[in-house]
Design a protein around this ligand. Structure first.
Ligand SMILES: N[C@@H](CCC(=O)N[C@@H](CS)C(=O)NCC(=O)O)C(=O)O
Length: 318
């Protein structure tokens, strides 16, 4: 039996659930405590990581623990023939799939997370209390009123952890847009991400686009529709999960308030991540530093710059 340690709303974890379900393996999940991560403390930290993250798996059959989503997939592929089907083709195609997984973990996964959380903060911050604190203090932080305040405090902490306040000044939306446009052009010509057979790269892309489905700047982008069509097709065929908690919360928030959009800018910006080796890059930063006192300012101003509440996209806003 495989135990998947996860934070259920994480798109990295969804990718592993998709692979486990596709392969029909016997597995269960364990939702970790988001702050203490106490469920993971008994396991050693892999040498290539400096902090514990999810997804991670423990395989009781073999007594092995693996952390980090692409190493988890490599492990499953090595030991379970059912997962090998998701690394199809000859050696060079398998290498190309593996390289694409690392590329997507870093280039798409990290920024989709930043922009997804930013959108939640701007439109339904109370959801953060439900996601992170529903099990704490007997549900106190999810009480009406309390959840709004604690949602904003969590929003500030996340802003510091992932530097949401730098997304606009570093042109990160445009950098991801430029990257996705290339990917979308490839998917217009053929419906498979790597080679000509469905693989883990298709599952990864589908999972990693989910946070962007709440960001109108990407989801309504006329030239990115082939990507979202690919995602819908993959999820319709391989997922029984339906909408995630943040998609439901955003849809509810938009019943009473207009969505938050962005002013469109032209930029040749490229993604800022270093050369990729065999492990994905991560972008978590320490929350408590000498700059923490700047947080309220960063949260209230730079993070919100360029954002507009508007019912529909227009020439300068999407
Ligand atoms: N590259 C990693 C990223 C995993 C990751 O960053 N997971 C987040 C959840 S989305 C996490 O565990 N965060 C814990 C923390 O920030 O301390 C992977 O592919 O698994």
């Amino acid at each position: 039996m495989i135990t998947l340690y996860e934070l259920h709303w994480s798109h990295y974890c969804e990718k592993i659930r998709l692979a486990l379900s596709y392969a029909g393996l016997s597995w269960q999940t364990c939702d970790i405590h988001a702050f203490s991560k106490k469920e993971l403390l008994a396991f050693p930290l892999p040498r290539h990581l400096n902090k514990r993250t999810v997804p991670a798996i423990f395989d009781t059959e073999r007594g092995e623990f693996v952390m980090d989503s692409t190493p988890v997939l490599r492990y499953l592929c090595k030991h379970y023939p059912q997962v090998q089907a998701l690394y199809p083709g000859d050696f060079s195609n398998q290498q190309a799939i593996d390289a694409m997984l690392i590329e997507l973990d870093t280039k798409l996964g990290l920024l989709a997370r930043r922009f997804g959380y930013t959108q939640v903060i701007l439109e339904c911050p109370s959801l953060l209390s439900t996601l992170f604190l529903s099990r704490a203090a007997g549900g106190f932080f999810t009480l009406p009123g309390v959840r709004w305040v604690s949602g904003h405090i969590l929003g500030m902490l996340l802003c510091q952890r992932f530097a949401f306040h730098q997304s606009e000044s570093s042109h990160l939306y445009e950098a991801l847009e430029n990257y996705l446009l290339q990917l979308a052009r490839r998917l217009e010509a053929r419906t498979i991400v790597v080679g000509d057979t469905f693989s883990l790269a298709d599952l990864a892309l589908a999972a990693y686009l989910r946070p962007l489905s709440i960001v109108p700047f990407f989801y309504e982008h006329p030239q990115l529709q082939s990507l979202f069509a690919h995602q819908r097709a993959v999820l319709a065929k391989h997922s029984q999960e339906g909408l995630s908690a943040y998609q439901v919360a955003i849809a509810a928030a938009r019943q009473s308030r207009l969505p938050v959009r962005r002013r469109i800018r032209q930029s040749e910006a490229a993604l800022p991540f270093p050369d990729l080796g065999s492990h994905a890059h991560n972008d978590q930063r320490p929350v408590w530093t000498w700059q923490t006192w700047l947080l309220p300012y960063r949260y209230l101003f730079p993070m919100r710059s360029g954002k507009v509440r508007q019912a529909a996209a227009s020439q300068g806003v999407r």
